[in-house]
Design a protein around this ligand. Structure first.
Ligand SMILES: Cc1cc2nc3c(=O)[nH]c(=O)nc-3n(C[C@H](O)[C@H](O)[C@H](O)COP(=O)(O)OP(=O)(O)OC[C@H]3O[C@@H](n4cnc5c(N)ncnc54)[C@H](O)[C@@H]3O)c2cc1C
Length: 490
């Protein structure tokens, strides 16, 4: 279908004000933060979508998906636009972006059954603010909290800073509504638990817009006790000590809301005013007073047990202060982008992986060693380190962080600088049985490793794609490797 024909078809479903063909907006919609430097320098090498559309309800989305399915038009679902792995990047000439802008209603806050229902375009901050007024919280606090919206949070399996206490988004989603490419609307009801076959919520949760469009979500809510919050911070000799203390606390059954340890280099970025060249370990205990007291005792006991690796305790006010200034606003995101337009020829990226307790320090050291020895642009690296920020009974994550000065054409940055770094991190993780993606999703830029990530279980993932999206119209190239998209990949 030609671009104008697509627009004519869209006009039969939507009003004119719901169809955006402004060239600047289409350029913006053709990539996300993954290619922020090339995007800022106006040299993106991907096609622009035909239009961005703003449906008001599920029925309009169903009609749009049916249209796209019939005419092989690629669809990119969009919510808060904070995607980091290319989930919003466009690799097809014939694409429409379905933006959740008008799906912005908080439908219900039920404080007796402890759940809230929202449309996919509701910003997390909006629900959090409403709940706080009532003495409750979502418990979800990703760094993108002021900007990200529920559709995107659920579609990427996001996780917040308080995950060790409240869980990640998949622990919070009770039920949801979603629409498949053939127009089928499915509502998964809200029950505390059931054993009615496989848990089909997980077909939508984490689908990154590659299987269905999420229109509505019901999440658990929690009572909020900020007056009880306690913060703990320590300088530690090495990241291995930090990881051992995290493990000690978590395997003994305690759930501090924040439990993190930073390498020296990463600590220097976050705690420049007190790290003194050391690694940092920190905790926040949250919840009813009895829980906070017990958790605090467990933290102190774990630190005492590993005292040989602890340099000193830091003032808890410094940790509280850090926590209160951690999130990124839309202004912060815009400022970074504006800076890249003309002045800043450097970039910062992250790759977050997970593995069991034994493997995680090994992966960390192997990655750092390999990058230092093999990475051809090591001389341009201005920072390389990482932190563990989400822990579980059987392991934890590692969030590799790297910054570099860019000395190449903007359109070559990903190929020359980013891809070789990410490749080392992914290879070292998969080698030891870890996961190459803890919470940012696969997007389009880790799809070359999706099969390796899942091994023999890739069969199941592939079947979902062919069953629910047989014409391949949902977010082409996301999660699933596509030969045709390879030219845009690195
Ligand atoms: C500064 C910053 C900090 C961040 N911190 C965190 C963090 O702490 N934890 C974390 O987990 N992530 C974090 N992220 C990553 C990002 O915020 C999350 O992945 C977030 O969940 C994306 O939500 P969004 O509303 O912005 O979605 P978008 O960016 O709009 O979309 C993300 C993906 O979801 C798909 N999608 C969007 N809406 C729908 C829908 N309705 N149905 C189906 N698919 C859909 C899109 O196609 C895309 O693939 C951060 C990002 C930034 C920029």
């Amino acid at each position: 279908m030609k671009r104008q024909e697509i627009i004519t078809c869209l006009q039969k479903i939507l009003d004119a004000e719901q169809i955006n063909t402004n060239q600047e907006d289409l350029y913006d919609a053709s990539a996300d933060r993954y290619k922020k430097y090339a995007k800022a320098r106006n040299v993106l090498d991907v096609p622009m979508p035909v239009a961005i559309v703003y449906p008001y309800n599920t029925e309009e989305i169903s009609k749009l998906l049916k249209l796209c399915n019939t005419h092989q038009i690629n669809v990119i679902p969009r919510a808060g636009k904070t995607a980091t792995e290319g989930g919003l990047e466009n690799w097809k000439e014939e694409t429409i972006v379905i933006d959740a802008l008008h799906l912005n209603r908080i439908i219900d806050i039920d404080t007796y059954n402890m759940q809230a229902t929202v449309e996919a375009g509701v910003p997390l901050q909006m629900l959090e603010d409403e709940l706080r007024e009532l003495g409750f919280t979502t418990g979800h606090s990703p760094q993108s909290k002021p900007v990200a919206k529920y559709g995107g949070l659920v579609a990427t399996r996001s996780i917040g800073q308080l995950s060790t206490y409240y869980g990640a988004i998949e622990d919070m989603v009770v039920g949801l509504e979603c629409v498949f490419p053939d127009g089928q609307i499915c509502r998964i009801k809200n029950v505390p638990r059931r054993s009615g076959g496989p848990d089909i919520r997980h077909i939508a949760i984490g689908n990154e817009g590659a299987l269905c469009y999420i229109t509505e979500v019901t999440v658990k809510i929690f009572t909020f006790h900020p007056q009880n919050n306690k913060f703990f911070g320590y300088l530690v000799k090495d990241i291995d000590t930090g990881i051992r203390v995290l493990r000690e606390v978590v395997v003994n059954g305690f759930h501090p809301s924040v439990a993190r340890t930073y390498s020296e280099e990463d600590a220097a970025q976050h705690f420049y005013h007190f790290h003194r060249g050391h690694c940092v370990l920190l905790f926040m205990a949250e919840g009813p007073k009895g829980i906070v007291d017990a958790t605090s005792e467990a933290i102190e006991a774990a630190v005492a047990l590993h005292k040989a690796g602890i340099i000193e305790q830091v003032d808890s006010v410094l940790i509280e202060d850090w926590f209160n200034n951690l999130n990124w606003s839309q202004q912060d995101i815009d400022d970074e982008f504006e800076g890249m337009k003309e002045h800043d020829a450097h970039a910062g990226y992250t790759t977050e992986i997970s593995a069991d307790w034994k493997s995680i320090p090994v992966i960390y050291h192997n990655v750092i060693k390999r990058i230092r020895e093999e990475y051809p642009r090591a001389h341009d690296l201005t920072m390389l380190g990482g932190h563990s920020s989400h822990s579980y009974i059987n392991g934890t994550n590692m969030y590799f962080v790297y910054n570099y000065d860019i000395h190449c054409a903007p359109q070559d940055e990903m190929r020359i600088y980013h891809h070789p770094l990410q490749k080392i991190i992914v290879e070292e993780t998969l080698k030891l049985g870890g996961s190459m993606c803890h919470h940012h999703g696969i997007g389009k830029f880790r799809n070359e490793w999706t099969q390796a990530e899942h091994g023999s279980a890739y069969y199941m993932l592939e079947k979902l794609k062919s069953a629910f999206d047989p014409n391949g119209i949902m977010n082409f190239g996301t999660i699933f490797y596509q030969e045709e998209g390879h030219k845009f990949q690195q």
